[in-house]
Ligand binder design. Structure first.
Ligand SMILES: O=C(O)CCC(=O)C(=O)O
Ligand SMILES: [Fe+2]
Length: 312
């Protein structure tokens, strides 16, 4: 199957063919079954303190004030980059996905996000599917008070729902997003998934698979911080796109410009390892097959951009 082996319906057979330590076996089985993996004390407190002192001034004093969230601070701070490319975490991801991991986006939060249930697969998907995951690092302890993470164990096995599935149109802003969140909440409830809240210590790491439904609990404790970093990862050898902004009906994918945080280099889209050229036409970045010629390329662009199919 063209899927990560930990997501394969043939996982049990594949597991027999792997030469793993008991600890590795436990990790991959848990990830396969539950869709997440908790690694306790996997990031040094020294690195976390360095990151906190770098980014502290980027945030307002109080919960609710903006900006509560910063995307891609890795471009500015080496400590954020280091958190996103921890060798030991990369090794665990290689074990789980058997492809080279690509950290491509960081989000740093001072306060709990209180985000409603969602799967990251609405924002980031790949072809072949599911070569994506989130890695959440606790930069301080999370408790019932400061808006800890929650997830629905085993929800990763569900279909990757997109806007088309629930009858709303692709969009660049977030106007329709609450409809998607409502759908996900209702779907979890109607299908018997149980929400679990997780409390973590500074230095603990949670890996969630691309389609695990998760979010942030309400902040109950008033003006309390919840410093955290999420890094989103892709894996080599895929096409990378954003379902939320793609027209899934006509298969017009909003391809992403992916930069590998660990190397600073742009990542080549590819079809099972064969390079795919892409053309940025504004809203959509079109894919052109790996064996294209100039006329084929022109034809594709003309057809996609003005909807006219040239007779050559
Ligand atoms: O930190 C949180 O509360 C949730 C973050 C999240 O869902 C994400 O970054 O994908
Ligand atoms: Fe998320």
């Amino acid at each position: 199957m063209n899927l990560p082996w930990v997501e394969s319906p043939f996982f049990s057979d594949l597991l027999l063919k792997r030469d793993l330590t008991p600890e590795q076996r436990e990790m991959v089985v848990h990830y396969n079954q539950e869709g997440f993996l908790l690694l306790r004390q996997h990031v040094s407190h020294q690195l976390i303190d360095r990151a906190l002192s770098d980014i502290n001034h980027e945030y307002p004093a109080n919960v609710g004030e903006q900006p509560g969230r910063h995307q891609d601070l890795w471009k500015k701070y080496e400590s954020v980059r280091d958190l996103a490319s921890q060798p030991h975490i990369l090794d665990v991801l290689r074990l789980l996905y058997e492809r080279e991991p690509i950290p491509f986006q960081t989000l740093n939060f001072k306060f709990g996000t209180q985000q409603r249930a969602h799967s990251d697969a609405i924002h980031f998907s790949s072809i072949p599917a599911r070569f994506m995951c989130g890695v959440w690092v606790a930069l301080e302890e999370t408790t019932a008070n400061n808006g800890p993470l929650f997830y629905y164990p085993r929800s990763h096995r569900q279909k990757e729902f997109n806007y088309f599935d629930i009858g709303i149109e692709a969009e660049e802003n977030y106007a329709e997003y609450p409809q998607y969140e409502e759908f996900m909440e209702e779907f979890m409830e109607a299908n018997g998934y149980q929400r679990q809240e997780i409390h973590m210590q500074k230095g603990d790491v949670l890996i969630w698979s691309s389609n695990l439904v998760h979010g942030g609990m309400p902040i109950k404790g008033g003006n309390v911080t919840r410093w955290s970093q999420v890094t989103h990862y892709y894996f080599e050898g895929c096409m990378y796109y954003s379902p939320r902004m793609s027209d899934m009906f006509s298969n017009n994918l909003n391809l992403r410009h992916v930069i590998n945080i660990a190397t600073g280099k742009t990542v080549q889209h590819s079809e099972n390892g064969k390079p795919i050229e892409t053309i940025n036409t504004g809203r959509f970045r079109y894919a052109v097959s790996h064996n294209f010629t100039l006329p084929v390329l022109l034809k594709q662009v003309v057809k996609k951009v003005i909807g006219y199919k040239p007779p050559f």
